[in-house]
Design a protein around this ligand. Structure first.
Ligand code: HMG
Ligand code: MG
Length: 309
């Protein structure tokens, strides 16, 4: 049987943001910058580095300005950061970051708990932010959380996801990342919901953002590939979660995604061992093992152990 998959896939690394926002240990700005630089050196070209959210809501990313200002620039690497409102955009502009991501959800209760707004209110809030960001020469990504299951409302209807995704697209957002925030989806959910979205939004504008709480993230990636999706979010080592989504564990580990894609003959531009070096670094800072299967496998590899030192 011949299956047809894309030749290349773009990985959006969200570890420094989605990963570190969920850590209880305080991590210094210097350690974050060193981690981000190792990620950039591994061949990752899109790295979400922080969030310009309320520092009391996400204290782990209170140094957003210092991180966004401090990252080492590489011509082929784009750094981005989350922005929830105009105050966040002002902070992002002053930091010099060139790409932002606004974020809402398909379910009302999660949106309210996460950003203290309803879904429609969030869309009304984002429109002027997106227009201003574009005017400033920034580019804008948009997240739709709880596309499959909401931790408060249960299963989410695909029509709701489509409504929010279309509203974001119509604002001029270039990439819409559909999130399985609590990592509960299975491939049939991906075929159904993402399939519905693709009737109205080109696949080039869709990214998939899987958490791996129930161990279904890689299976969901394959469902996404089947649908022709070529952009996937992942987090080094499998760091991550959302403090406002009880039960959400880490994101799909970037190493595990890279291995799967390599094995399927799909190019990512990422060097697995260099990526593991970044994850080993942050693992040491955190003082706990990270869940990535590939990282665990590589930890027994002498060559990479040397890299850890
Ligand atoms: P709010 O309290 O409703 O804000 O928070 P407000 O507009 O009423 O303002 C209250 C005070 O906060 C004011 O200060 C503002 O200046 C200040 P005061 O006048 O009282 O001194 N303020 C800010 N300060 C700094 N930066 C800002 C900012 N905004 C207001 N941007 C807000 C609303 C959205 C800010 C808050 O709810 C918040 O920060 N939420 C963040 C939640 C979050 O970061 N969640 C995790 C990320 S989402 C996620 O992980 C899911 C994802 O990975 C995809 C998936 O997995 O599905 C993306
Ligand atoms: Mg997430």
């Amino acid at each position: 049987m011949t299956l047809s998959y894309p030749k290349t896939v773009k990985i959006v690394e969200v570890g420094p943001r989605d990963g570190l926002q969920n850590e209880s240990l305080e991590i210094s700005t210097a350690h974050k910058l060193a981690f981000i630089d190792l990620l950039a050196q591994s061949g990752l070209k899109q790295i979400e580095v922080t969030s310009f959210v309320h520092p009391k809501r996400i204290p782990q990313l209170a140094d957003a300005f210092e991180v966004a200002q401090g990252v080492k620039e590489y011509p082929e690497v784009t750094y981005s950061a989350l922005v929830p409102n105009m105050k966040g955009l002002e902070r992002a502009i002053s930091s010099g970051i060139k790409r932002i991501a606004v974020f809402t959800a398909a379910s009302e209760t999660f949106t309210q708990k996460n950003i203290n707004m309803g879904v429609q209110e969030s869309l009304d809030t984002f429109n002027p932010i997106v227009q201003e960001a574009l005017k400033q020469g920034m580019s804008v990504r948009g997240y739709v959380s709880t596309c499959f299951v909401c931790p408060y409302e249960g299963d989410v209807k695909k029509e709701k996801v489509l409504f929010v995704a279309k509203a974001l697209q119509q604002m001029g957002i270039d990439e819409i990342s559909l999130g399985d925030t609590i990592g509960a989806a299975a491939p049939n959910n991906v075929y159904e919901t993402v399939g519905e979205i693709l009737n109205e939004i080109p696949k080039e504008q869709i990214a998939l953002h899987f958490h791996d709480t129930y161990g279904t993230a890689l299976a969901n990636v394959v469902a996404g590939l089947d649908l022709g999706i070529t952009t996937f979010d992942a987090s080094a080592g499998g760091l991550g979660g959302c403090p406002y989504a009880p039960g959400a564990s880490g994101n799909l580990a970037t190493e595990d995604l890279v291995y799967l894609l390599q094995r399927m003959g799909i190019e990512t531009g990422v060097d697995l061992e260099k990526l593991a070096k970044a994850s080993f670094f942050i693992q040491q800072v955190l003082g706990r093992p990270l869940p990535s299967k590939q990282l665990q496998r590589l930890s027994s590899c002498q060559q990479v152990q040397e890299c850890q030192g």
